[in-house]
Design a protein around this ligand. Structure first.
Ligand code: SF4
Length: 331
């Protein structure tokens, strides 16, 4: 039994971390002890800088090429437009059934629960989303759509990040989904266990473990330096509740485009109880072309990775292509 006071205190901790995230390039530069001439960052009002201090603390000071920093610092290169890079590279607007529901693949539906995230990743394929339009404002409408489609056996909570919702809201949402008898699996896509591990509170774990669903959590870790003791403990709390945890990474130029880094990442992920699942090729989103790698290089890297790791540590190298019935596996 979890004490109500502890629940409130735990909620207050992660919410305070979320509220106090670093939001100015000047503060970021100061915290990392970087000289003005070492960085070329811009303020971006459309997709502003937003990094939890718990993540900044894992970055190496005085290193402008730190692989964690590169994922979240708004480089001036974002301003250069590049042909072939689109605001909606996966044509998600086309697959949106109602305000907050996407159905791209058979038997699964994805619910956009919120527009908020614990961090703004500069390479995010949803960085141009009009989240206010896609925000889940009428969950009854979403429920009705799901209820009328018995083919859906898995509901994916996404966003933004669904764990930005309070436990109370999340619990209500899950309870409502439980009324849909044909839904068996609840999948949660989240970066919280890595960005703000304090979000994985005992109360949250209890909410997830007491549902009738098979619960799957998919985290997103791109570099081994993202994993520290607090991340490991958050994953342990999920795993101790028999919740399966998978990892998906995005292959990013300058961040994790080497066999040594990817190999270390897969070993570290496995050490903390997470299954390496997908290695995504970069989705060509406008403003993030500087993270892109050619498919030829990506496949060569993946093949070398395959030769270095046991099969169970090799993630599937995939690309999401609009109108394909599943992610396309590259080999
Ligand atoms: S949706 Fe995921 S990848 Fe995109 S900004 Fe939010 S946490 Fe980052």
């Amino acid at each position: 039994m979890i004490h109500a006071l502890n629940v409130e205190a735990d909620e207050a901790v992660w919410q305070a971390i979320l509220r106090s995230s670093v939001r100015s390039v000047e503060e970021l530069r100061h915290l990392l002890e970087l000289q003005d001439e070492q960085v070329d960052w811009v303020e971006d009002s459309e997709f502003p800088l937003h990094i939890p201090r718990t993540f900044v603390e894992r970055m190496e000071k005085r290193n402008p090429r730190d692989p964690l920093l590169l994922q979240v610092a708004p480089s001036r290169e974002e301003l250069n437009s590049s042909e072939g890079y689109s605001p909606d590279p996966l044509n998600e607007n086309e697959f949106t059934l109602n305000g907050g529901l996407l159905k791209k693949y058979a038997n699964r539906a994805l619910v956009i629960t919120t527009q908020a995230c614990p961090v703004h990743c500069r390479y995010c394929f949803r960085r141009h989303f009009d989240y206010s339009a896609n925000q889940l404002t009428d969950f009854q409408n979403t429920l009705d759509t799901l209820a009328n489609d018995p083919s859906i056996v898995e509901v994916i909570l996404s966003g933004g990040d669904p764990l930005t919702l309070s436990n109370t809201k999340l619990e209500v949402l899950i309870q409502q989904l439980q009324g849909l008898n044909h839904v068996q699996i609840l999948r949660i896509h989240t970066r919280f266990p890595v960005m703000i591990p304090q979000r994985i509170t005992p109360a949250l774990v209890e909410i997830l473990s007491k549902t009738r669903f098979n619960v799957v959590v998919v985290v997103h870790i791109n570099h081994p330096n993202e994993i520290d003791d607090s991340v490991q403990q958050a994953i342990e709390r999920l795993r101790n509740a028999q919740i399966e945890v998978f990892n998906q990474s995005v292959l990013l130029k300058g961040v994790n485009d080497s066999v040594q880094v990817l190999s270390k990442l897969m070993h570290r992920v496995f050490e903390i109880g997470v299954v390496p699942y997908y290695l995504h090729l970069f989705d060509p989103v406008a403003g993030a072309h500087h993270f892109d790698l050619s498919e030829t290089i990506a496949i060569a890297l993946w093949k070398e990775l395959q030769s270095q790791l046991p099969g169970y540590l090799v993630p599937r190298l995939v690309r999401e292509v609009p109108h394909q019935p599943a992610k396309v596996i590259q080999t």
